[in-house]
Write a protein that binds this ligand. Structure first.
Ligand code: SF4
Length: 233
């Protein structure tokens, strides 16, 4: 059984083409800007077997065409490895392309999960441990090991980093990101994601403190300006 938070049947932003996106429960990180705090707990309302989920995904195959497929996101999908591996195996049997949207903070079964992953969408939270700890409350070395594993397995990667006003919205952070990305092989795409405040209300409903209260959403012009410093090749 897997714990699923929600499903998006025709996603356009979590990987190439049209995608069936599965938002899974569970995350060990506590990113300052997280807009899905309802996914933090490992258990949730919606429970499914791998077969039940894949039966649903299969119905959308006609929309996937050449480059669409399924994306497992979260939360942190790596935290339900047994369910994920079984589901991925069934997707493979159906010839469905598989993306993994992850922060790279998983378990000792990551290698098995990656065997069935066609593309990794890696959320880079920070590129040094001081900032990583400030943003997530955890240690960057776990992610660095995940990156080593992706390199060893020659996985294709798309990189995303959320840009937050006053935290990493400066040229130095982007230059540091360029350096950090040198240690990741097979990077096909890099995206800077603007911080937004859409999740703030959810914290109130859950009785949690929103630590970035009062912070304005990231200016999109600034994102465009910072993108110019990215080395994309
Ligand atoms: S990794 Fe994602 S789900 Fe987990 S806390 Fe960070 S933003 Fe939220």
């Amino acid at each position: 059984m897997g714990y699923i938070n929600s499903i998006e049947t025709m996603g356009l932003v979590d990987g190439p083409g049209i995608r069936f996106v599965v938002f899974m429960q569970g995350c060990h990180l506590r990113c300052l800007y997280c807009h899905n705090p309802e996914t933090w707990t490992l258990k949730g309302n919606l429970q499914m077997t791998p077969k039940e989920l894949v039966d649903k995904i299969k119905r959308y195959k006609p929309y996937f065409e050449d480059n669409g497929g399924v994306t497992f996101s979260g939360g942190e999908p790596l935290l339900q490895p047994d369910f994920l591996i079984e589901t991925m195996k069934l997707c493979r049997e159906e010839g469905i392309n598989i993306c993994l949207d992850t922060a790279g903070y998983g378990t000792d079964k990551d290698e098995e999960v990656l065997k069935y992953t066609d593309l990794v969408l890696l959320d880079v939270k920070a590129t040094n441990n001081v900032l990583y700890q400030k943003i997530t409350g955890k240690d960057i070395n776990v992610v660095n090991k995940f990156i080593d594993l992706c390199n060893k397995m020659n996985k294709k990667m798309w990189i995303r980093m959320v840009i937050v006003p006053g935290i990493n919205d400066n040229k130095e952070s982007i230059l540091e990101l360029n350096e950090y990305l040198k240690k990741i092989n097979n990077v096909e795409k890099i995206e800077l994601i603007p911080y937004h405040t859409f999740g703030e209300e959810k914290y109130k409903k859950l009785g949690l403190k929103y630590r970035l209260e009062g912070l304005k959403a990231m200016d999109l012009n600034k994102i465009e300006e910072l993108s110019k410093y990215l080395i994309k090749e």
